[in-house]
Design a protein around this ligand. Sequence first.
Ligand code: HEM
Length: 189
Amino acid sequence: MKFFKPLLFIGLLLPIANLFYRGAQDDLTADPVEYILHYTGLWSLRILLLTLLMTPLKDMTKGAWFIKVRGMIGLYAFFYVSLHLLVYVWLDLRFDFAHLWEDIIKRPYITVGFLAWLLLVPMAITANKKMIRKLGKKWKTLHKAIYIVTILACLHFLWLVKNDLLEPLIYAGIAFVLLFYRLIKYSRS
Ligand code: HEM
């Protein structure tokens, strides 16, 4: 168990390493920007769901270390979403912030994606022991925003897909199970 956290830390860097590797091999499809945008978007969602999986895993196995790594995985989710946003603003929009603002206002899937990222910012800033101590009960309330982030992230995915809804529906289904678990747990306590 001692090596679990460092291994997980390295493991969560592998998608980025793979992206760089594919980039170096010139293997990012005919539309590299779109590929990177989709790749970072998918990994953002996967890692967000992985963060949410830690509590049920802890409850089922009584393994406290699931909670010990939860914060780190959550920070990785923020890192991947920020990268996803950066790819969009940098490679797609060429730092045209007026265009970004227009997208946020006019394209609903960008609106919800951006809102999800905004909600993650205070959570990432307070994801440390000092802030947990300082904020006390408020910390738990603030970090419950992860549930809203998850719903917004699923909406973002469902909204942007034009034809085949299967993939976003699978992710939304997993999110539903993970959120429903909380609902049952809190209603019983
Ligand atoms: C929690 C926050 C977010 C998550 C989890 C997320 C996740 C995703 C996912 C899963 C995809 C689709 C990947 C695929 O089709 O394979 C995607 C695509 C995309 N996302 Fe996000 N995203 C988030 C926030 C944002 C933000 C803040 C922006 C920009 C302001 C953004 C812009 C886009 C764009 C432009 C696409 C591609 C749309 C297209 O296919 O035309 N996302 N994102």
